[in-house]
Design a protein around this ligand. Structure first.
Ligand SMILES: [Zn+2]
Length: 345
C-alpha cells in the first residue's frame, strides 16, 4: 500500500505553521528513518513524540518486558502490558499505531550486539540513545563512526539528565567524551539511585528537538556540546566537548566493541538455569564498595571471593573480575538486562 500523504486531516497543521518546519519539513520527516535503541523511559517518550510529529519510520529496539515499576514514567505502556509482561517493543508499537497509523513502526525484540547491529541499524538516518548501559553506547558509537551515521546520546539519573549529539566528522564522539569505559557498578543506575519521570520527559524532549533539527537538515542549529539538565531546581548548562586527537574511535578508527573483542558477552550455563555475563578483560571491581550500594536493592552477602545479591526472582554472584552469574534464568537477554540495571554496564 503506498504511504498516505503527510498531513491528511490537518494532523500536522500546528507544527507546519512554524516557519522552520512547513510542508516541506513535514515531508522530510515523513521520509526519515530513526532507530531508537532502548524502549524504556527515554525510548518510549521519544517514540511517542516523534511518532506524533510524523517521522515516517521508527525502529524500536529493546530486549525487555513491561513491569509494574515502568508505569510511572514509560509513557507508551499500561496496566494490561505490565500484567501480561508484554515485550516492550510490541506494547509500544501497538500504542503508537493507535496514535499515528500513517507511520511505519518496526519492533525489534532483540539484544543489540556486535553480531546484529549492522543489520538492524542499516539504512537509518539517525540513532537515538534510550539505553541503560555503557557497553551498548560504545557499540553504537563505533557503528556510527564506521558508517558515518549520527546518533544522539542521552541519559537520566535522579533529577539529572544529559544530551550529546554526535555527528561523525563534525563533533566529538562518545569516546572523546568518556575515553575509558566505566567499570561495572562504578556509577549509580536508576535502580540504585532512583529517577524522576518528569526529568525523563524533559531530557527526551530536548533529545527529540535535536533529532528534528537534524532530520530537517538544520545542522547549524544543533547544540554541539553536552547539555546538562537538572529538572527539580531547574538548571541547564551547555559544555563544550572537544575532539580528542588520539581518540581510538573517531581518530584511530579502532572498533573493539563492534568487532566483539570488548564489551559484555552473555552465555547460558547448560542445565543450571543460570547465565554468565562477562565483563571486558582486565576489569577489577571493589566488591566492598559495590556491596554498600547494592544493599539498597536486596539482601547482600560478601565473602573474599564474590558478592551475592538477591533480586527476586534472581540472584547475582558478582566476581572481582566483573563476571556476573545470574541464577534463576536461562534467558541471556533478561540476564544482560538485569546486569545493566544493577551495575550500569
Ligand atoms: Zn572520538
Amino acid at each position: 500500500m503506498p504511504p498516505s500523504p503527510p498531513n491528511q486531516n490537518g494532523r500536522y497543521d500546528p507544527q507546519q505553521r512554524l516557519e522552520f518546519l512547513g510542508a516541506f519539513g513535514q515531508k522530510r520527516l515523513r521520509n526519515s528513518r530513526i532507530a531508537i535503541v532502548g524502549c524504556g523511559a527515554l525510548g518510549s517518550h521519544l517514540a511517542s513524540t516523534l511518532g506524533r510529529m510524523g517521522v515516517g519510520c521508527l525502529t524500536l529496539i529493546d530486549r525487555d518486558f513491561v513491569e509494574w515499576s515502568n508505569l510511572s514514567r514509560q509513557v507508551l505502556f499500561d496496566e494490561s502490558d505490565a500484567r501480561d509482561s508484554q515485550p516492550k517493543v510490541y506494547a509500544a508499537a501497538r500504542a503508537l499505531t493507535r496514535i499515528n497509523s500513517e507511520i511505519e513502526i518496526r519492533p525489534r525484540a532483540i539484544d543489540l550486539d556486535h553480531d546484529n547491529i549492522s543489520v538492524i541499524l542499516e539504512d537509518h538516518d539517525l540513532v537515538l540513545d534510550g539505553t541503560d548501559n555503557f557497553s551498548t553506547r560504545y557499540l553504537i558509537n563505533e557503528w556510527s563512526q564506521k558508517f558515518r551515521v549520527p546518533w544522539i546520546h542521552a541519559a537520566v539519573l535522579g533529577t539529572f539528565g544529559q544530551i550529546l549529539p554526535i555527528l561523525p566528522g563534525e563533533t566529538a564522539c562518545y569516546r572523546c567524551f568518556l575515553p575509558t569505559p566505566p567499570l561495572p557498578g562504578q556509577f549509580e543506575t536508576c535502580d540504585t539511585a532512583g529517577v524522576l519521570g518528569l526529568t525523563v520527559a524533559s531530557v527526551a524532549a530536548a533529545q527529540a528537538c535535536e533529532a528534528i533539527k537534524l532530520l530537517l537538515g538544520r545542522k547549524e542549529e544543533i547544540r554541539k556540546g553536552l547539555t546538562l539538565l537538572e529538572s527539580w531546581q531547574g538548571s541547564v548548562q551547555i559544555l563544550s566537548v572537544p575532539v580528542r586527537p588520539q581518540c581510538p574511535t573517531c581518530s584511530q578508527h579502532q572498533y573493539p566493541f563492534l568487532d566483539g573483542t570488548e564489551g559484555q558477552t552473555a552465555t547460558t550455563l547448560c542445565g543450571r538455569n543460570a547465565v554468565q555475563v562477562k565483563a571486558p578483560k582486565g576489569t577489577q571491581l571493589d566488591l566492598d564498595q559495590l556491596a554498600d550500594r547494592l544493599a539498597a536493592l536486596g539482601p547482600v552477602k560478601l565473602n573474599p571471593f564474590f558478592l551475592r545479591v538477591h533480586l527476586d526472582p534472581v540472584e547475582l554472584s558478582i566476581f572481582p573480575d566483573g563476571r556476573v552469574l545470574v541464577h534463576g534464568t536461562d534467558d541471556t537477554g533478561q540476564a544482560r538486562n538485569i546486569v545493566s540495571r544493577t551495575l550500569g554496564s
